[in-house]
Design a protein around this ligand. Structure first.
Ligand code: DCB
Length: 355
């Protein structure tokens, strides 16, 4: 008796999840950079946040996917039109992330000319009909408040310049970190001020806010929300070799609590950016992000020879794009297939069996 009830319940649950999968409100998303001759920005237009979903101009949920630059002060040469166009046309990228390290040697605060790598990126993406993340890459300084003065100027300028373009997404603090850096005392006051600066020039483009502990504590904003959270999302970063089921649970809980999430950076490797490509763990994350309609950018475009870099060591030194198989690292070959919709957990498992 009990057994049959359980069996019934299990069958019912399975049927339900099947139906909800087929009838998913996310089923219409084609995940294409170009469809019927139209770029993704031509199709989706002005983005907006509805509930926890990133949506297009008509209110349909959409999932954007693409690549992040490495630090623009190290590998900014790849932030050019040739490479970004190649990523759109060959890799099916809908979004590009320009990672402007703020602190540290060579970062923006000590090297303001770096801004050109950002504006080059934005202009290439506008011409290409792609979305672009302007990433204020807080990392070494730990606390976004430390260089707030620079962030105010920077985001004021960017939002004046590009606020009327639907392509632009502002990522205002990559990865706050350090024991003393908390949501309520550091990130929230920083974010409220920067959002106010941006909103004077740009009433509607999406703004993304980092979360504590290298953007892993995604529950933090739900208990102490921003005063100006309209069209604001929060970021969760993961590295598939380091962050697994528990991190996904955090994200699921944050969504349940009403927090919209955008994974502005993730890697197939360990959190160091190295340590091997974790294919199966990555594909678990891909299934999860797709099922929850969470957009992402992968770390990163470089040829330094680290496992999370998509280029083979020393490949494409001229930064021209037009990559052949031999120019790609293991990570690069894997990522390209994911982005081109050629690989998912099911087909990967089949391939492993056939090996
Ligand atoms: C993040 C950063 C990013 C960093 C990657 C991989 O940091 F946002 O800037 O990129 O994740 O670690 C790495 C590059 C290296 C470079 C190094 C120097 O791949 O080539 O030499 O930056 O800045 C994270 C992410 C997660 C965690 C820690 C860090 N974590 N971190 O969970 O502990 O310490 O940078």
């Amino acid at each position: 008796m009990k057994k049959s009830v359980m069996l019934f319940a299990a069958t019912f649950a399975a049927a339900l999840s099947f139906v909800s999968c087929v009838n998913s409100k996310y089923a219409n998303d084609t995940h294409l950079a170009i469809e019927d001759g139209k770029t993704v920005v031509e199709r989706y237009g002005q983005l907006q946040v509805i509930g926890t979903d990133l949506c297009d101009q008509n209110g349909n949920p959409v999932q954007l996917r693409g690549m992040s630059s490495h630090g623009l002060h190290w590998y900014g040469k790849y932030a050019n039109k040739d490479v970004i166009t190649w990523l759109r046309d060959d890799w099916n990228c809908q979004i590009w992330r320009a990672a402007l390290y703020t602190g540290g040697q060579g970062g923006y605060v000590s090297n303001p000319a770096l801004k050109e790598r950002v504006t080059d990126s934005v202009e290439a993406c506008i011409e290409n009909g792609m979305y672009v993340l302007i990433d204020w890459h807080v990392l070494e300084e730990h606390d976004p408040l430390l260089y707030k003065k620079y962030a105010v100027e920077f985001f004021d300028e960017m939002s004046k310049k590009y606020g009327d373009k639907p392509n632009v997404i502002y990522e205002i603090c990559n990865e706050p970190n350090g024991e003393k850096v908390t949501w309520s005392d550091n990130i929230k006051p920083y974010a409220e001020e920067i959002i106010e600066v941006i909103r004077k020039n740009d009433p509607d483009n999406i703004i993304i806010v980092g979360t504590p502990v290298w953007s892993s504590q995604v529950m933090a904003p739900s208990s102490d929300p921003l005063k100006n959270g309209k069209n604001v999302m929060y970021t969760c970063h993961f590295y598939a070799g380091s962050h697994k089921a528990e991190a996904r649970k955090n994200v699921a809980n944050a969504l349940k609590a009403g927090t919209p999430i955008f994974v502005t950076e993730w890697g197939t490797t360990q959190a160091s950016g190295d340590g091997g490509v974790y294919e199966k763990e990555t594909l678990k994350w891909m299934e999860f992000l797709k099922a929850h309609n969470i957009s992402w950018a992968n770390w990163s475009v470089n040829n330094k020879g680290e496992d999370s870099g998509i280029l083979a060591f020393n490949a494409d030194r001229e930064a021209k794009g037009n990559w052949k198989d031999k120019d790609l690292s293991k990570d690069g070959k894997f990522l390209r297939r994911i982005l081109r919709n050629e690989l998912d957990m099911k087909s990967w498992k089949q391939e492993q069996k056939n090996k």
